[in-house]
Write a protein that binds this ligand. Structure first.
Ligand SMILES: Nc1ncnc2c1ncn2[C@@H]1O[C@H](COP(=O)(O)OP(=O)(O)OP(=O)(O)O)[C@@H](O)[C@H]1O
Ligand SMILES: [Mg+2]
Length: 316
């Protein structure tokens, strides 16, 4: 069982500006059952777009996504009602996924009923069970989202995703909006749930230090492309792409990479996805760019077994 993303392109037409935004420019990856793929990259690089495509909220412009050989997202469907129930999304902001006028109990019950996963008289006990799994006491069942703390709301959003009995959870910055003090608790909960329910995770974050503890593999994205992909130890301990090196160099407690000052690289502006530069999208900020980088778009190539890099300069 695995998720395969093959040559996926996603463009948005923005009528008001008469322009086309290229959010994803040819993304291919595979996540095997039981593994966690961490996806990192700066704001606007296409992480949430990829998440929406994987759960079938939007179709790709080009390319295919398959889960266990079954093609996903042929048409736009409501993920709650479609067979995409096996793949669920947890958003950064639990406010956006929880209806403010619905008690948290009925919000979890709704998913069980929609997918007809329990007999009517067993829905209630299933809701209690799911809330207890995520650490929400049953006497909170009749509360509304605004009566909960941010961490509790995200736990409810996780319970709601689990209610669909998924195989794969796409976690889009699940702790970024939370208080620093509760982030570790929610991360630990996610690690426990993965083990307990044999889940597969895609864990999205703009912060490399966040994904390093949870991921088996890491994909680094820049402007709609994966620039580096490999096991977490390869990517974190032997980063090859200059963008990954800059990301790692900017983690405060990380051992500095000697030589070129990669930390300053991230100060430059990310180009506009409606007006991408020719060649490698990173060449404008890259400390090792050569003239050819302005012309050719580098393909992801094997640097080492299970380690791919899209930069001809470091593959020489
Ligand atoms: N529905 C849409 N219409 C037009 N442009 C969009 C749409 N959705 C996303 N985009 C654009 O696509 C690009 C990628 O956006 P996306 O939200 O996937 O990035 P992200 O990596 O999740 O960023 P962040 O870290 O800020 O969440 C951005 O330039 C964004 O403005
Ligand atoms: Mg996002």
């Amino acid at each position: 069982m695995s998720l395969k993303v093959d040559g996926v392109i996603k463009r948005y037409k923005v009528r008001a500006k008469k322009s086309t935004i290229s959010a994803l420019n040819g993304v291919s990856l595979e996540v095997k059952r039981g593994e966690t793929l961490g996806i990192v990259g700066e704001s606007g690089c296409g992480k949430s777009t990829l998440a929406r495509l994987i759960v079938g909220l939007e179709p790709p412009t080009e390319g295919t996504l398959t889960w266990n050989e079954e093609v996903l997202g042929k048409s736009v469907r409501n993920s709650l009602k479609s067979h995409h129930s096996k793949i669920q999304l947890v958003f950064q902001d639990p406010y956006s996924s929880l209806n403010p006028r619905q008690t948290i109990g009925s919000c979890v019950a709704e998913v069980i009923k929609t997918h007809q996963l329990r007999a009517v008289d067993q829905v209630d006990s299933r809701v209690t069970e799911l809330l207890s799994v995520v650490g929400i006491p049953m006497d909170m069942k009749n509360r509304f989202p605004h009566q909960l703390s941010g961490g509790q709301r995200q736990r409810v959003a996780i319970a709601r995703a689990l209610a669909a009995e998924p195989d794969l959870l796409v976690l889009d910055e699940p702790v970024s909006a939370l208080d620093v003090s509760v982030r570790a608790d929610v991360m630990n909960l996610l690690v426990d749930l993965k083990e307990r329910f044999s889940l597969t995770y895609i864990f999205i974050s703009h912060d490399l230090s966040m994904v390093r503890h949870i991921s088996d593999e890491i994909a680094v994205m820049y402007l709609g492309r994966i620039v580096e992909l490999g096991s977490w130890s390869e990517v974190l301990n032997s980063p090859r792409h200059p963008y990954t090196r800059a990301l790692i160099d900017s983690i405060p407690d990380h051992t500095k990479i000697q030589g070129i000052d990669f930390e300053n690289v991230l100060e430059g502006e990310v180009p506009d996805p409606a007006n991408l530069p020719n060649g490698c999208a990173f060449h404008l900020r890259c400390p090792i760019a050569k003239p050819n980088c302005r012309i050719e778009v580098p393909a992801l190539k094997v640097a080492k077994a299970s380690h791919l890099v899209a930069c001809p300069e470091v593959l020489k």
